[in-house]
Design a protein around this ligand. Sequence first.
Ligand SMILES: Nc1nc2c(ncn2[C@@H]2O[C@H](COP(=O)(O)OP(=O)(O)OP(=O)(O)O)[C@@H](O)[C@H]2O)c(=O)[nH]1
Ligand SMILES: [Mg+2]
Length: 163
Amino acid sequence: MISKKICMIGAFSVGKSALVARFVHSIFSDQYLSTVGVKISKKVIDLNGADLTMVLWDMEGKDDFADVHMSYLRGAMGFFTVADGTRRETLTMALRLRELALETAGDVPHIIIVNKADLDWEISDAQLADLEASGIRIIRTSAKTGLGVEEAFTTLAEAMMKN
Ligand SMILES: Nc1nc2c(ncn2[C@@H]2O[C@H](COP(=O)(O)OP(=O)(O)OP(=O)(O)O)[C@@H](O)[C@H]2O)c(=O)[nH]1
Ligand SMILES: [Mg+2]
């Protein structure tokens, strides 16, 4: 069976763990339980008739990039950098983390997730359109309602299988 390591990185409280919980267990909680270190979960998906095990490394969010545990990114076949649409600075952080992750993991498939689509956003469509025009892949999600979550994981899985 094919298995792929995928990292979830981003600022604290953007919803990395909530996205994994939604995708793997179809659940959502309003409670905030900050991740310590890394939590690994697995989900087997059917991709065009073949089983693919997605091994999700849900990392602790950091305010300070220097502290981000980039060593966890070694061997990642893909990654998500997650931002919180209600906090503009989390997108800036996601973009910087993306650069760092590409240095560590190499040029692997990756997607920027802008999460919390069920709330009012500080990040504008125009800002995201600019990034998309520069070739960055962005998917809008809500871990709360499930919007875009399946799409994000499936899109990354497909890109990794082509890689
Ligand atoms: N309304 C709304 N709240 C969300 C969404 N996703 C996550 N949250 C909430 O945001 C808070 C933080 O979510 P987490 O998934 O723990 O965030 P995290 O990125 O894993 O945080 P760290 O582990 O500390 O880095 C929790 O209270 C969640 O319930 C969403 O899509 N919509
Ligand atoms: Mg977490």
